[in-house]
Ligand binder design. Sequence first.
Ligand SMILES: [Zn+2]
Length: 314
Amino acid sequence: MIAAVDIGGTKTAVGIVDSDGRVLARQECQTGAEGSYADALQRINEMLRAAAKTAKAQISGIGIGSTGPVYPLTGEFGEVNFFPHWRGQNPVADLAQTFQVSVAIENDGDAAALGEGGWGAGQNKKKLIYVTVGTGIGTGLLFDGQLYRGVDQSHPEIGHHLVDPSGPACVCGFRGCWESLAAGPAMVAWLERNAPPEYPHRADLTAKRICELAQQGDDWAMRVINNEGRYLGLGLANLVTMFVPEIIVLGGGVMKSAPLFLEEIRKTIAASCRLVPFEKTELALASLGEDSNLIGAARVWYHRFGWEGGTRAI
Ligand SMILES: [Zn+2]
């Protein structure tokens, strides 16, 4: 049984995942990013032991998916926005020592791509791009069974490619990158900026609430949806033009409302990608549900060590 650890900015989940990608036991806690790495590691250790006990399983390997940047080759955290004090800490080495098993780590976008490619919507697809749209936009590129990496094992930040240079400023340094225009918070920001002061739903606006309001026919929420579909479509059209993947798998909180956006996305791709066979790129919704990151984390271990557990090149 492979244990999985999904480290997010807010929450950390662990689980025991069988060789068919089923989660047999899971535990969750606050990541506690403001606290020390040692405390967080201690919580992960305890949750892993508890989950293994619940599943009556012996842990034979551990896969980690983490909000990035992380260094898969060394196992270290890079300069992660959410937990800046953990930079240089090495959960791969630490968990390997505690549990005496092999451990692998990847960026959580890559982990989810591996999960969807192995056990989810992208099974048997040779060229897969995973896109998660929530508080940010994360991606994973899985080509011929291997994750695409940049130099020094780096993870490309496709969520931050430029869509509109006159758009909002982002921490990445660009104005108008895809994430700044199309992630959940961008929907809220657009509505707050454009709706009149007397708009009745200003309090507690979230991307989810806006989608609900749009379904009820709220005019301003429907404008946000159109806008969001357009920006999602522009970024996805860029991916289709650059990579012409066999499938793009869409996940994340905003994509729970995907039917609201899909028509505009398809229209934008059809209008923008005429130099490539865009109609051959399938758009699919992620199928692993709430546990997709966790299931992907388990798949990280298989991707690194293979089904027999032997080391292979990454
Ligand atoms: Zn950016």
